[in-house]
Design a protein around this ligand. Structure first.
Ligand code: DON
Length: 304
């Protein structure tokens, strides 16, 4: 049996000492206040055994990790109808890139870049009765944790400086690929990104992707076909223009956020979340990626 705790303790000790920690995101001013000295990791295996190290129960802004959760809810509400409005190809571009969107007539490359997630947000705004309340309730149910909440300061902070997301939403609107008004959809999107969760809570939320669509309370959220598809999207698009590097070094489907979190999973085996706020040049957690590379290398386990 793999000794995950020893591996995680070693990774935690190495990462805590690392001098080269990347740069904390500052384009959302509220995120710049977080210390780059934080490091946490939490792993849950298929038998629901938990292994942790460092600041694994300190909440942080999940940011783009939320895009996978909104995609799950959209799939459960409208299933493959999503695919007429968002493609599933890696973009090879940064998360907030816009020129492809114009070249491709307002159809975003995939649901994990900002433009694609804004289309998914639009679908949720249309489908949900009270979008922010209902989405938050969905995340709380998925994790069986009613304490999870939006960080309204972070949402407000992003709204003030989210010029590129306004540009993306306006471009989508001009191509007829945004049904609701720009302000309503972005208000929802900024709130979904602002959700604060810790590594332990994130492994609970992403448990469904390693457990055939079934959460820790044995409730089924996704069909096997949907799990296959979302895991494939995470593997090919979850790290933007670093998706190839992540597959090459780590070898797991996963998703990052500019708050410095990464969640990844090995189907049938485990789900892991790591947090270190310093980002690399591609906007993914620097130590988070290094930690996950060490995990799959040391455990000799990856999807490959
Ligand atoms: O829309 C944005 O720019 C942020 N709310 C989320 C970006 C993000 O997390 C990119 N991931 N690494």
């Amino acid at each position: 049996m793999t000794d995950y705790q020893t591996i995680i303790d070693t990774i935690g000790a190495q990462c805590r000492q690392s001098m080269d920690r990347g740069k904390v995101a500052n384009y959302i001013p509220e995120l710049a206040k977080v210390s780059d000295s934080k490091f946490g990791i939490h792993l849950v295996d298929s038998n629901k055994n938990n292994y942790r190290a460092g600041h694994s129960d300190e909440a942080f802004s999940i940011q783009s990790i939320s895009k996978v959760l909104s995609l799950v809810l959209a799939f459960t509400l409208v299933d493959n109808a999503i695919l007429s409005r968002v493609d599933v190809e890696p973009s090879g571009d940064p998360f907030n890139h816009l020129s492809l969107l114009e070249f491709e007539n307002g159809i975003p490359r995939n649901p994990l870049i900002n433009a694609g997630a804004i289309v998914v947000a639009d679908i949720l705004v249309t489908e949900l009765q009270d979008p922010k309340r209902d989405f938050l309730q969905f995340v709380r149910d998925l994790t069986n944790d009613q304490t999870i909440d939006f960080d309204k300061k972070v949402a407000r902070s992003e709204k003030k400086t989210g010029f590129k997301n306004y540009a993306a939403a306006n471009l989508l609107k001009s191509y007829g690929n945004l049904k609701n008004d720009v302000e309503t959809v972005l208000d929802f999107y900024f709130h979904q990104c602002s959700i604060a969760m810790d590594c332990a809570q994130l492994t609970k939320a992403f448990f469904i992707f390693m457990n055939r669509g079934v959460c820790q309370r044995n409730k089924t959220y996704l069909t096997l076909g949907q799990v296959k598809r979302i895991n494939a999207i995470m593997l090919t698009c979850g790290f933007y223009d670093e998706a190839g590097e992540f597959a090459f070094e780590v070898g797991l489907p996963g998703k990052s956020g500019v708050g410095g979190g990464i969640v990844a999973l090995l189907p049938g085996k485990y789900c892991v979340a790591v947090w270190s706020p310093g980002l690399n040049a591609k906007g993914n957690s620097k130590l988070g990626m290094e930690a996950l590379e060490k995990l799959t290398t040391e455990s000799h386990q990856s999807i490959f």
